[in-house]
Design a protein. Structure first.
Ligand code: HEC
Ligand code: HEC
Ligand code: HEC
Ligand code: HEC
Ligand code: HEC
Ligand code: HEC
Ligand code: HEC
Ligand code: HEC
Length: 331
């Protein structure tokens, strides 16, 4: 306890002396994951500095109070509030967003379907869904099983799965299950499905009156990528990799979600006018966001032709896969 208090003090001292970013080592963060929220909030560290403790022999202390001393005995966890343990780094507003609701008690028909090890994990979580229901941590706790990272990178319980939905069917009934698609906005009868708009908009946009992004409102304030990242986990992209969707680990790649410098902004405006497309920026900040490049609507929802382009096209891109780069970059 005393030792930990000293580490925390050192950590704080380090922050104060240097005045912030880049001064805190990964090791200090791994030793003090409970501090990460505050450090991020105070902008003492950047998101990219949150250390990834997974599949590593030297980062057990991010979750356990010590490294295992004896074989197969579990070193004590920092907390058995599993959602809180993971939440030190995985708060929706922090590293990434997880797609599934937690803290729910499964209805009986789910319990009847769930395999033994899912039921046991549910019990350890206090009878409600926690992160450990689907993520099987021990898989990545033992160095001798690290090679499984290749085939089961998200350490899914019962994994690896060849399809993401196979995981879901441990609990959900395949019969009435369909992956929810908010881009499906026009019914089979050809009518606008206004319920779907509420996935992203807080008021159904008036399609005749709306002339641009400035004329519609959203469910989230400020950071509009949050409209998408709950279902489409984001890491530096494009050029980076999409893990989850592809099973890939984090890759490099430019961070495009930023306010474009003057030169790029001017080129973009010219290219928008020349090509007759819109590539909207986030109102307020002027930042590039997901819908700058992707059109989240179904074809035909937008009355304005240039706002309709890209809807339902290849990867919903507003311009071709390569042309889109030229909207902002000269080559
Ligand atoms: C990201 C958090 C995290 C990291 C990092 C982590 N563990 Fe764990 N570990 C857990 C959790 C949570 C459990 C309990 C899971 C459960 O009850 O389903 C666990 C369980 C265990 C167990 C019991 C295994 C079993 O079969 O029941 C051992 C032993 C263990 N961890 C050792 C380690 C060691 C050694 C490391 C470092 C190489 C490590 N862990 C890294 C979170 C972690
Ligand atoms: C010390 C911080 C930290 C803690 C604690 C932590 N994670 Fe992570 N986790 C990360 C980072 C960083 C990444 C990489 C994500 C990124 O770069 O967007 C990651 C990635 C993941 C991934 C994707 C697989 C991978 O290897 O990239 C899963 C799944 C995951 N975490 C689940 C959990 C669960 C479940 C817990 C709780 C038992 C947990 N994490 C606790 C920091 C943490
Ligand atoms: C460990 C069991 C379990 C697994 C695995 C699981 N779910 Fe669930 N899911 C639940 C429970 C329990 C509920 C709440 C059901 C209820 O109250 O009727 C739920 C609810 C949902 C809901 C509606 C509630 C909401 O807002 O999230 C969706 C959508 C969903 N799950 C999608 C998925 C998908 C997609 C997968 C696979 C990637 C999946 N689930 C895997 C247990 C599970
Ligand atoms: C998955 C999220 C999402 C859903 C669902 C969604 N929208 Fe949007 N909508 C956005 C985003 C992001 C923008 C800003 C980018 C843009 O202008 O296309 C936007 C902009 C708009 C605009 C202004 C377009 C322009 O640039 O002129 C209209 C009109 C609109 N939405 C109508 C709708 C209607 C009607 C529905 C329901 C049928 C709907 N949206 C459902 C995310 C969504
Ligand atoms: C509720 C979950 C959900 C939300 C929120 C959501 N999407 Fe999607 N998205 C989906 C589903 C489901 C698909 C269809 C996947 C498929 O058929 O492969 C999809 C498809 C896509 C695709 C095409 C992927 C491909 O491989 O062709 C893009 C691009 C996309 N969404 C972007 C966005 C953007 C941008 C936003 C935010 C404005 C957003 N999505 C919000 C669920 C969601
Ligand atoms: C019902 C099952 C389920 C539960 C419960 C669950 N996850 Fe996941 N998680 C998934 C699935 C499925 C994916 C892969 C998503 C994809 O490929 O689209 C995933 C992906 C992730 C990722 C990597 C993708 C990303 O968004 O960065 C992290 C991190 C993660 N989960 C953390 C958590 C944490 C933390 C919790 C507990 C608060 C949790 N998960 C609870 C099923 C679950
Ligand atoms: C600068 C433009 C740009 C921005 C900004 C952008 N994307 Fe993309 N995205 C692309 C391109 C280009 C591709 C197609 C890559 C390919 O097919 O090689 C793509 C592909 C995708 C796909 C399909 C992935 C797959 O597996 O094929 C999804 C989903 C997606 N983006 C979602 C998002 C989300 C969510 C955001 C915001 C967090 C976002 N994109 C921001 C350009 C962008
Ligand atoms: C909406 C405008 C926009 C689009 C579209 C776009 N970029 Fe960028 N890109 C930017 C901005 C802004 C930066 C950051 C420049 C800076 O910070 O000086 C950037 C940076 C980069 C960088 C990092 C190197 C550098 O110049 O700083 C690469 C590489 C890159 N983009 C490649 C691509 C590729 C490949 C595509 C097409 C898939 C693409 N970009 C599409 C706006 C865009």
């Amino acid at each position: 306890m005393v030792a930990r208090a000293i580490v925390v003090l050192l950590l704080l001292a380090c922050v104060t002396i240097s005045g912030g970013a880049w001064a805190i080592s990964e090791r200090e963060l791994l030793n003090n994951p409970e501090q990460i929220h505050d450090l991020l909030a105070d902008e003492k560290i950047a998101f990219e500095e949150v250390p990834n403790p997974h599949w590593r022999a030297d980062a057990c202390v991010a979750c356990h109070l010590e490294k295992a001393v004896e074989d197969d005995k579990m070193p004590p966890l920092r907390t058995t509030d599993y959602n809180g343990l993971c939440g030190n780094c995985h708060d929706p507003s922090l590293v990434a967003e997880y797609i599934h609701a937690v803290d729910i008690e499964p209805p009986d028909e789910f319990l009847d379907r769930m395999p033994e090890d899912f039921l046991a994990a549910l019990d350890r979580g206090g009878g409600v869904l926690t992160c450990i229901a689907c993520h099987d941590l021990p898989v990545h706790c033992d160095e001798s099983s690290f090679e499984q990272a290749e085939i089961n990178p998200l350490f899914f319980r019962g994994g690896p799965y060849s399809s993401r939905t196979d995981l879901c069917f441990n609990c959900h009934d395949p019969e009435d299950y369909e992956r929810y698609n908010p881009h499906d906005q026009i019914t089979d009868e050809g009518e606008l499905d206004t319920e779907q708009c509420f996935f992203c908009h807080n008021v159904t946009p008036n399609r005749s009156a709306a002339k641009s992004i400035e004329d519609v409102t959203f469910n989230v304030v400020e950071d509009l990528k949050k409209l998408c990242t709950g279902c489409h986990p984001y890491s530096p992209h494009p050029g980076g990799s999409w893990f989850g969707a592809t099973g890939n680990k984090i890759g490099g790649g430019p961070d495009h979600l930023k306010v474009p410098p003057e030169k790029i902004r001017r080129r973009l405006e010219i290219m928008e006018a020349e090509s007759g497309t819109v590539m909207p920026r986030e109102p307020g900040t002027g930042s590039i966001f997901c819908a700058t490049c992707h059109n989240p609507h179904e074809r035909g929802v937008q009355f304005i032709r240039k706002a309709d382009i890209g809807a339902d096209g290849y990867k919903r891109l507003r311009r071709g896969k390569f042309e889109i780069c030229l909207a902002c970059h000269e080559m």
